[in-house]
Design a binder for this molecule. Structure first.
Ligand SMILES: NC(=O)C1=CN([C@@H]2O[C@H](COP(=O)(O)OP(=O)(O)OC[C@H]3O[C@@H](n4cnc5c(N)ncnc54)[C@H](O)[C@@H]3O)[C@@H](O)[C@H]2O)C=CC1
Ligand SMILES: O=C([O-])CC(=O)C(=O)O
Length: 344
């Protein structure tokens, strides 16, 4: 996973005022729209995307509160022009011409809730936002953050199918936070430099459907099976750990904004700008829905037209094989729930 965006930012900040410090005017024009931009994730995500020199226009949309966020973020002296939109009547303008749309709109969990408990509210929000995306920016790369991701991604794809705009290579459920967590927890346990760590995470984004493959983690470390199980469980329960610590004030926002920003950066650089060779962990609809076994190949290689290659799972440990079998029924039923809702 890439962290160069933030490293670049650090370099830029230290050279502020020089030509190199700011936007490369030669970079292509790229519009990014954030839907739900005034929320707990939306605000720090807006900040991070404002810091990304690959973005030339950043549209911040929410049902309310975006004028303040937009005014605030717009004072930051980086390349992108900030456009704030509030209320449904402005959604079309926010989306027009967008190359990338990021959706953190919707309610977060409170202690005692599952992600699926958010379905009743968030399913409708994602459906209506995706209907607008199909109309106003049908070719955009769409990154769905709103939970339950295992169902909201299928909802998005059904909406796009009905509209005739579906492209399996351009729709993503953002599961990057699971990768971020797996790397952090692994580095702590293995006592290795976190910046060097790679951990594939496959499956979906809820409890046991999150399957980190620590047997493939690098740099390799001699961890016991108890340690691997504890790391796996902590990664699967990472969201709940934050929900409980926030004690009723929502779920992960800052780490999610980071994860959402690095994933979007990956798409902007490697996909839209055609720089090949990205390896990323996330899932997209077709891999999820057509057959859960295929869905669990979420490491993607991007090219100029979106996902170019879906990479295999690699060699799994017995523990991971068990985890893989255990997650399929839940993932499948969450997918079916989303499809049913979208077509009702
Ligand atoms: N994929 C992942 O790894 C993660 C997903 N999430 C999910 O992200 C979602 C947002 O979380 P937070 O930002 O903490 O919630 P929040 O409540 O702080 O913000 C949500 C924002 O969405 C806006 N919103 C509601 N309906 C909307 C609509 N129709 N159009 C546009 N905006 C709308 C609200 O006005 C609010 O500003 C939740 O569903 C949460 O579960 C959270 C963390 C990680
Ligand atoms: O746990 C939640 O509700 C939010 C989320 O998806 C995460 O932090 O992974």
């Amino acid at each position: 996973m890439r962290t160069s965006m933030l490293r670049t930012l650090a370099r830029r900040t230290s050279t502020a005022g020089t030509r190199r410090g700011f936007a490369s005017e030669s970079a292509p024009d790229r519009k990014v729209a954030i839907l739900g931009a005034a929320g707990g994730i939306g605000q720090p995500l807006s900040l991070l995307m404002k810091l990304n020199p690959l973005v030339s226009r950043l549209a911040l949309y929410d049902i309310a509160g975006t004028p303040g966020v937009a005014a605030d973020v717009s004072h930051i002296n980086t390349r992108s022009e900030i456009l704030g939109y509030a209320g449904e009547e402005q959604l079309g303008k926010a989306l027009e011409g967008a190359d990338v749309v990021i959706i953190p709109a919707g309610v977060p969990r409170k202690p005692g809730m599952t992600r699926d408990d958010l379905f009743n509210i968030n399913a409708g929000i994602v459906k209506s936002l995706c209907t607008a995306i199909a109309k106003y920016c049908p070719h955009a790369l769409v990154n769905v953050i709103s939970n339950p991701v295992n169902s909201t991604v299928p909802i998005a794809s059904e909406v796009f199918k009905k509209a005739g705009t579906y492209d399996e290579k351009r729709l993503f459920g953002v599961t990057t936070l699971d990768v971020v967590r797996a790397k952090t927890f692994y580095a702590g346990k293995a006592k290795v430099n976190v910046a060097d760590v790679i951990v594939p995470v496959v499956g979906g984004h809820a409890g046991v459907t999150i399957l980190p493959l620590f047997s493939q983690a690098t740099p390799s470390a001699n961890l016991s099976s108890e340690e691997i199980e504890a790391l796996t469980k902590r990664t699967q329960d990472g969201g709940t750990e934050v929900v409980e610590a926030k004690a009723g004030k929502g779920s992960a926002t800052l780490s999610m904004a980071y994860a959402g920003a690095i994933f979007a950066d990956c798409l902007l650089e490697w996909d839209l700008n055609g720089v090949p060779g990205c390896l990323y962990s996330c899932h997209s609809y077709s891999q999820l829905v057509t057959e859960p076994a295929i869905s669990l190949h979420p490491r993607l290689r991007f090219g100029k037209n979106g996902v170019e290659e879906v990479l295999g799972l690699g060699a799994l440990s017995d523990y991971e094989k068990e985890g893989l079998e255990a997650l399929k029924p839940e993932l499948k039923s969450s997918i079916e729930k989303g499809i049913k809702f979208a077509n009702a």
